[in-house]
Ligand binder design. Structure first.
Ligand SMILES: N[C@@H](CC(=O)c1ccccc1NC=O)C(=O)O
Ligand SMILES: [Zn+2]
Ligand SMILES: [Zn+2]
Length: 207
């Protein structure tokens, strides 16, 4: 098996959105007390590390995690490299033949040090979302904590992607991933009312 882990490890030091719930793992019921087992407990925001967004995250009428087809997050995915950009727009895809691609993963290199939450990241534009919709791409993954700018309140990219039927996978670790074709496995947990879910994201080369 040659699955490559492209997830951020969930440990207490993982960064979160400023002001959001910190990740914490504790042993709620240690063996010394229970007599037989350690029982862990996790406190976290659902938008921590490598995770998917459900449309309810940015739309009160949007789908919750349980409403999303898990198959969105399992299957062939194309990784392309778009480094050093302020924004990523439709024309940035011009040099790529994306015929038949259903899941697209952007390696932007825009969050180089995952030990620190970034103050500034590249943003996706609505024009890119429209192009993805035209191409029939239904999943966008990227190595950033958001598809919008950190200080965005409008969430224009989130909304434009949703309008085009494109689902969102954020916070991937792609430093060790070369552009190419892979099989992706990044299924969310069945958090019934969830506005998002952490995922264990894995890639396996198809090239
Ligand atoms: N867009 C980010 C999360 C986000 O925007 C956020 C997460 C937690 C607390 C506040 C947030 N945004 C505030 O404007 C995401 O989709 O994960
Ligand atoms: Zn999110
Ligand atoms: Zn998001």
């Amino acid at each position: 098996m040659t699955w490559i882990d492209v997830s951020q490890p969930l440990e207490d030091s993982i960064t979160t959105w400023p002001g959001d719930t910190a990740f914490r793992y504790e042993i709620a019921w240690p063996m010394a007390d229970s007599g037989s087992v350690n029982v862990g407990k996790v406190t976290m925001s659902l938008h921590t590390g490598t995770h998917i967004d459900a449309p309810f995250h940015f739309d009160d009428a949007g789908q919750r995690v349980i409403d999303l087809d898990p198959g969105l997050y399992i299957g062939p995915a194309r990784v392309i490299h778009l480094p050093g950009r302020e924004r990523i727009e439709a024309t940035d895809l011009d040099g790529f033949d994306l015929t038949g691609v259903e899941r697209l993963i952007l390696k932007t290199d825009g969050w180089p040090n995952k030990q620190e939450f970034p103050s500034h990241i590249p943003e996706l534009t609505p024009s890119l979302a429209d192009r993805l919709g035209e191409l029939g791409i239904y999943l966008i993954g990227l190595d950033l904590p958001s598809v919008d700018a950190i200080d965005s309140k409008e969430m224009a990219a989130h909304h434009a992607l949703a309008r085009n039927g494109v689902h969102i996978l954020e916070g991937l670790v792609l430093d060790h991933i070369a552009p190419g074709d892979y099989e992706l496995n990044a299924v969310p947990l069945p958090i019934v009312k969830g506005d998002g879910s952490p995922v264990r994201a894995l890639l396996r080369s198809l090239d």
